[in-house]
Write a protein that binds this ligand. Sequence first.
Ligand code: SF4
Length: 349
Amino acid sequence: MDSALRENIKGLPIDALEARMVELGHPAFRGRQLFRWIYSERENDFEKMTDLSKAFRSELLEKFCLPTVQIVEERKSVDGTIKYLVQLPDGEKVESVYIPAEDRYTLCVSTQVGCKMACSFCATGYQKFTRDLKSWEIVEQLMVIKPPHPVTNIVMMGMGEPFDNYDEVIKALKIFQDPMGIKLGKRHITVSTVGLTPKIQQFVDANLGKLAISLHGTTDEQRSEIMPINKKYPINHLMETCKNLKFKGKGRVTFEYILFDGFNDSLDDAHRLAKLVSEFPCKINLLAYNENSFSKLKRPSEDRVLAFQDVLSSYYITTTYRRSRGRDIAAACGQLKTEVANRSLRQLQ
Ligand code: SF4
């Protein structure tokens, strides 16, 4: 069969792969065998799946394909962060970032090409939305990299809004966690949203990873200025949703709060933030903005960030301050893709 006509069986969670094999008249365990080869052995060649019979391998070759993605640019920071520009089969590009820390090695993956959310501080927000990634394209970002240390954690915080591509994201999460494949536990996976509230409880119910919400503002006026989604789902509505969340076990929300100099980093903001989250268990991750050429927003001084953190701590809110990583390699979301696109444009002119 023409390779273009073969069916792509990457991106199917294990139960769907078993069901597909049963449809073809094979026992379900054939699906498990295939899944293990693809995600545990990372084998993309049916011929090399040696514990499958020759006849079965020939049938797989005839009917199916196992596509992959390509790394087209790689940049390494002095702090060990590595940024990858990943090309998809249709030529579109997304970014993934490997971030080593003392006890964890995190890969930040993208879920869409471009983004509809148009956050004004984010380089991706300025790129037009092109399409959703398929589940296999999300997983493949982990499969193709060869980092210095195996990845221990996944964050869906790269290009795109994960809950705007919910079904494919859920399939990818199932694949990341399956004990027959990549084996990352759900405590090692975080999905970050700008706050698409209709999907938040659904995600919590799915119990496939930790929830992070990008807040970045303490009043509607302020937040709407940099995150248009706030006009649809304002802060009070978002907080009400968080208050009513029913976690299985000891789950809690993590809020990501990027501090912008003179915009949302005053002590009044810190007090307001503490009051907003006072009615439910949560954690706050503070980040100082990584400036880029698209936005006039500035990075605050370390002193301002620490003073902000002190206020939150005085309310006994668990707060972490993550130092920005990879500032020398344009590691913030969307920056590398924009730089490479601008470079190609200059070369054409
Ligand atoms: S911050 Fe996230 S949701 Fe907002 S534009 Fe960038 S990629 Fe999209």
